[in-house]
Write a protein that binds this ligand. Structure first.
Ligand code: AR6
Length: 187
């Protein structure tokens, strides 16, 4: 495991799993994942940042392709506009309501839906934000364990994609992901 104050990296077979503190709109990857809502309406947080940086082509594509939105626990694909990516995936995580309303299963399902579509579109790299941990209120430590365990299980089973990077906004989120990764992949 390599480590400096704001990055962390582990290998899962031939795949790389990275944590980085930063702004996801500045990333370069085949796929950038957005934390969306089920109406696919422009919101705040990472969603607002992605639509602002990516430009109006993203919303126009979503409105044309998915007029009925996207169910919680799933993800849909749009163009990437001005972002440095082939696609933007719009993943809908659950709103935290205490943890007994299928939140863990729905969060894992949102990540799995993205990873599956990364493979189907023959993409090799994907960057994720901390889905559901902002406006949707999912506790960061629980979300981190869920996101990383789901991803590690997927990488072990499918041996792809080559690179999965979580881009965490702020030191609090980065710390939660770093602790969860150390627990799941002890050095
Ligand atoms: N880069 C990376 N992470 C970011 C950035 C950024 N530029 N900006 C915020 N984050 P949120 P949710 C972090 O609220 O909880 C929207 O209105 C943020 O600090 O963006 O899934 C949608 O339209 C937090 O850790 O998404 C939905 O209605 C994480 O991204 C709703 O919010 C997720 O926070 C979705 O809520």
């Amino acid at each position: 495991m390599s480590q400096d104050p704001s990055t962390m990296m582990v290998s899962i077979g031939k795949c790389r799993l990275e944590l980085l503190q930063g702004d996801i709109t500045r990333q370069q990857a085949d796929v950038i994942v957005n934390a969306a809502n089920s109406a696919l309406a422009t919101g705040g947080g990472v969603d607002g940042a992605i639509h602002e940086a990516g430009g109006p082509a993203i919303l126009a594509d979503l409105q044309e392709k998915y007029p009925d939105g996207c169910p919680t626990g799933s993800a849909v694909v749009s163009v990437a506009g001005h972002l440095s990516a082939r696609y933007v995936f719009h993943a809908v995580g659950p709103i935290w309501r205490g943890g007994r309303h299928q939140e863990p299963a729905l969060l894992a399902s949102a990540y799995r839906s993205c990873l599956k579509q990364v493979m189907e579109l023959q993409c090799h790299s994907v960057v994720f934000p901390a889905i559901s941990t902002g406006i949707y209120g999912y506790p960061p430590d629980l979300a981190a364990n869920n996101a990383l365990k789901t991803t590690i299980d997927f990488l072990k089973w499918h041996k792809a994609p080559e690179l999965v990077r979580f881009v965490l906004y702020g030191s609090g989120a980065f710390g939660a992901w770093a602790r969860a990764l150390e627990d799941l992949v002890p050095r």
